[in-house]
Design a protein around this ligand. Structure first.
Ligand SMILES: C[S@@+](CC[C@H](N)C(=O)[O-])C[C@H]1O[C@@H](n2cnc3c(N)ncnc32)[C@H](O)[C@@H]1O
Length: 197
């Protein structure tokens, strides 16, 4: 398939189908993926697994400023992706329901939080947060450039300038937030659906 929007035409059913980090790829995960996967899995024993993240910045306490740069960036990404009909958010509310609505039974959901920054006390989370922060900073331009251009007609320079002004406060605020929870991506590895015909 050149695009996931196409109707699947596989001649034989699969035992297992999975998606990972596919946010922003579909207009509707439910109809383009979950529903088609349901129809293309072995009845009774086939599994669909979705390991997905969502572009929502969450915080366990009130320490992340809702008008801060990080939250504003995520809001803009959500607005832009919705305008382009490739939503980057909604997975955490939607996946389980979408699986069930298209017919999967035995739907299991595992939810993981990933800290953004090295503020956690827990060693494992600290390491994870530091890596995620590096990944985030390195990828920020690439995540944003095309989507802001297509949705808001922003030039590359305008997008970079926005990072230049916005990155410092948010990086500092994450650093200074320890040991409180700070910005974070909620990562959702979830929805194993085993269906029964
Ligand atoms: C964030 S990457 C994840 C790649 C892989 N699933 C992984 O976890 O390593 C998203 C991928 O989806 C692809 N993609 C986005 N929209 C698509 C579409 N409509 N049809 C097919 N592929 C698409 C992109 O080219 C990119 O390779």
């Amino acid at each position: 398939m050149s695009t996931r929007r196409e109707t699947w035409t596989f001649p034989t059913p699969f035992d297992y189908i999975h998606t990972r980090c596919s946010l922003g790829s579909y207009s509707s995960y439910k109809t383009e993926i979950a529903q088609q996967a349901f129809r293309n899995l072995t009845p009774g024993t086939g599994w669909l697994e979705a390991q997905e993240i969502t572009c929502d910045i969450c915080c366990d306490d009130e320490s992340l400023p809702r008008d801060g740069a990080l939250v504003r960036w995520a809001d803009e990404m959500r607005r832009a992706s919705a305008a382009l009909d490739r939503p980057l958010s909604g997975y955490h509310e939607g996946l389980r329901t979408w699986f069930e609505e298209v017919g999967f039974t035995d739907v299991r959901e595992l939810v993981f939080k990933i800290p953004l920054g090295h503020w956690p006390k827990d060693r494992r989370l600290k390491e994870l947060g530091a890596r995620w922060r590096a990944n985030f900073i390195e990828g920020l331009s690439a995540f944003s450039m095309a989507i802001f251009h297509r949705a808001f007609q922003r030039s590359a320079e305008e997008t970079e300038v926005c990072f230049f002004f916005s990155s410092k406060p948010w990086l500092m605020s994450i650093k200074e937030m320890k040991p409180l929870a700070g910005g974070g991506w909620e990562v959702w590895e979830q929805s194993f659906g085993n269906f029964v015909c």
